[in-house]
Design a protein around this ligand. Structure first.
Ligand SMILES: Cc1cc2nc3c(=O)[nH]c(=O)nc-3n(C[C@H](O)[C@H](O)[C@H](O)COP(=O)(O)O)c2cc1C
Length: 143
């Protein structure tokens, strides 16, 4: 199974989570949506990650999902959000994802995030839910 992990990040959390997932998923490809648009045809499983600001996903992710919705509905999909307030995840999911994308996803998870305007200076996994990242990677490997 070919796996694409694609993301947009501003302060680095979604990037770090993408790299942690890649380590767990051998042979997977990581693509930064701020650097272009990946071709989806080559992949069976698409993982899409975004930071959240003011309750919204980042624009490159929103655009990518909107422009590829029909293709995404035919692939295996996993979405992850990096946010500082994981308790608000359900509200964020509801206001950012079309119902059919939610229904067809394997899962949509919060991987935690950095304190606003204060990304960690040392360990880049500070604030991230590394256990959940490993759990989701296990789920993906099971497909
Ligand atoms: C201006 C701003 C607004 C934010 N708004 C939210 C929010 O609405 N909900 C939330 O849970 N976290 C919020 N956060 C925290 C970010 O989601 C968190 O820093 C996350 O790590 C961002 O992902 P990134 O590091 O990949 O850019 C906000 C942070 C900033 C700087």
């Amino acid at each position: 199974m070919k796996i694409l992990i694609t993301y947009a990040s501003k302060s680095g959390a979604a990037r770090e989570c993408s790299l942690l997932l890649q380590k767990e998923l051998s042979g997977s490809t990581v693509f930064d949506l701020n650097h272009g648009i990946p071709a989806l045809d080559d992949y069976d499983m698409i993982v899409i990650g975004s930071g959240v600001r003011m309750g919204k996903l980042y624009k490159p992710v929103k655009n990518f999902i909107r422009e590829n919705q029909e293709v995404l509905l035919k692939k295996q999909t996993v979405y992850f959000l990096c946010n500082a307030y994981p308790d608000t995840i359900q509200k964020t999911i509801k206001s950012n994802f079309a119902p059919e994308l939610i229904d067809s996803a394997i899962c949509i998870e919060s991987f935690g995030g950095y304190t606003p305007f204060s990304p960690p200076k040392g360990d880049p996994t500070t604030g991230l839910d590394v256990e959940n990242i490993k759990k989701v990677a296990g789920k993906i490997r099971g497909f």
